[in-house]
Design a protein around this ligand. Sequence first.
Ligand code: THU
Length: 132
Amino acid sequence: MTIADKDLIDAAKVARENAYCRYSGFAVGAAILDDNGNMHVGCNIENAAYPLGNCAEASAIAAMVLEGGNRIVRIAVVGGSGDIAPCTPCGGCRQRIHEFGDDDTVIITMDDSNDWQQYSIEELLPASFHLP
Ligand code: THU
């Protein structure tokens, strides 16, 4: 069975409902399609010690690695409304996606208006740092 973009977006929306975002009130969900055809989801998890918070993308990547996925084929990120939409991945998460992505990795963002955009990691993180 092929997981379609709509399935990924729907899964990210469901994951977003579990976001633990009591400090920012900004809920984000993410869903990854991996190289095995499996899906992994995550949400943002904040902490009273603010820098310890996890982004939704980081949570989804952690789930992917734990569940045996190797590469991000597609990742949907759902979050944001009004002036803070769409929720494009933060700088750190761009680097995280780069670690497990490749030239063909697709990053889909969707906000509360259901407006969506599609990016490559090269668009989001040009001239990236990586090791051989
Ligand atoms: N956040 C994410 O989960 N993903 C992003 O790409 C951007 C920001 C979270 C972090 C924090 O919990 C909240 O959104 C507000 O910054």
